[in-house]
Design a protein around this ligand. Structure first.
Ligand SMILES: Cc1ncc(COP(=O)(O)O)c(C=O)c1O
Length: 395
């Protein structure tokens, strides 16, 4: 049974996926072709947003979001330390200042009360935005964050990399899907192979704001517009007579090449078709872990069963985390730690952050471990993981 290593996460590639990629490879377009818009439309439909912009990865999605929202040098943006560094780094790309607020020790998500405290203790205008993260796949209550953000005039970027298909229940008990654009100006996703939808690399930005959408389309491709209505230079300058010539385009702002390829989009579309099945499998795996571990004396906390949780990760807080981690490695079970608190990375320490600044995040880091969680994890593999964990603690 233990011939194959069990990682904490991995992609599942089917024959259908491979056929879709082959079709793209044999088509006229490897990039900038029709599969990009098709992926965007399908993704927006799945998430429930009006618009979606496909980009080269989740980090590019964050960078473009910060640019679209005009993050300026010195702007202060609040986020969680329990996330992948890219969430915070996008603000630094624009020379803004990252202000980390502590997590809620029960949900592991950015604690709204810590954010409120920061906002209330500073003159209005001190902060420009908030980036909550649907960490591990658990949806942030964005209705509450929106209310707070509006009170202080802040924008919100939802980092939903862990949570396509996840949702929270709003004050009227309605499901609000991650990235649906109801509460945040922008939401971002990643299609890295460990995520719900794998495209090799890839990312998406969703929004309901048409102006931001148009801006993002330009920013992802060098800041170039091909929309005649937007043109600044004259028809005459462009070389036309009564209308702009067909070759004409304008670079109107400083953009990047953050495009997704059609090869990746083909894989993304194919994977998206199985997203609901993958999500259901993740929830079934979570339920089994939950049943196996709740009440065990070595467990200090666990993801548990939460409605709308998308279970990108199944996180537990345990005693003797190092011992368990190393023991499982010996059994070829490769768990992972999500995350080393961002504010204590040397880069952010050099910007003034220190141990003790965010006690909940730091305490969480001392105990957390992410168990294998991916749709193709077989029942017997999960049972093996559970058995080994119990054996480590109970002998
Ligand atoms: C929460 C979070 N934000 C952002 C990213 C960045 O995405 P990518 O790896 O596609 O650049 C990741 C992925 O690792 C992530 O987990």
């Amino acid at each position: 049974m233990n011939s194959q290593a069990i990682p904490y996460g991995k992609q599942a590639i089917t024959q259908e996926d491979m056929d879709a990629v082959m079709d793209a490879l044999q088509s006229e377009y490897l990039t900038q072709g029709p599969r990009i818009a098709a992926f965007e439309e399908a993704f927006a439909g799945y998430i429930g947003s009006q618009y979606a912009v496909a980009v080269s990865n989740g980090t590019a999605a964050l960078h473009l979001s910060a640019l679209a929202l005009h993050v300026q040098p010195g702007d202060r943006v609040i986020t969680t330390p329990i996330t992948f560094a890219a969430t915070a780094n996008c603000i630094r790309y624009c020379s803004g200042e990252v202000v980390f607020a502590d997590i809620d020790p029960n949900t592991y998500l950015l604690d709204i009360e810590s954010v409120r405290k920061l906002l209330q203790n500073a003159p209005k205008g001190t902060y420009q935005g908030i980036i909550p993260v649907d960490f591990a796949g658990r949806a942030v209550d964005l209705e509450k964050f929106r209310k707070l953000a509006d009170e202080f005039g802040l924008w919100i970027i939802e980092d939903a990399c862990h949570a396509p298909g996840g949702y929270f229940l709003d004050s009227e008990n309605t499901k609000q899907y991650c990235g649906n654009g109801r509460f945040a100006e922008l939401a971002i996703f990643s299609f890295h192979p460990v995520k719900h939808i794998a495209a090799g690399e890839g990312g998406m930005i969703t929004t309901n704001d048409e102006i931001l959408y148009r801006k993002l389309l330009q920013l992802r491709s060098h800041g170039i517009s091909r929309e005649r209505a937007d043109y600044v230079n004259s028809v005459e300058f462009a070389g036309g007579v009564d209308e702009y010539p067909a070759w004409y385009m304008e670079m109107q702002q400083l953009g990047y090449n953050y495009r997704l390829t059609d090869i990746q989009a083909a894989l993304g579309i194919s994977q998206l078709g199985r997203a609901d099945a993958g999500l259901a499998r993740r929830r079934a795996i979570a339920e089994k872990y939950h049943r196996a571990f709740s009440g065990q004396n070595y467990v200090k906390g666990q993801s548990g069963m939460v409605e709308g949780h998308a279970y990108h990760l199944y996180v537990m807080e345990v005693s003797d985390r190092l011992g368990l981690y190393n023991y499982l490695r010996e059994q070829r079970i490769f768990t992972q730690i999500h995350y080393i608190p961002c504010h204590l990375m040397p880069y952010y320490r050099n910007r003034g952050w220190k141990e003790g600044d965010l006690p909940n995040a730091e305490s969480y880091y001392r105990h957390c471990i992410s168990l294998p969680m991916y749709p193709s994890l077989r029942d017997e593999e999960q049972e093996y993981v559970i058995e080994k964990i119990n054996r480590f603690y109970n002998g």
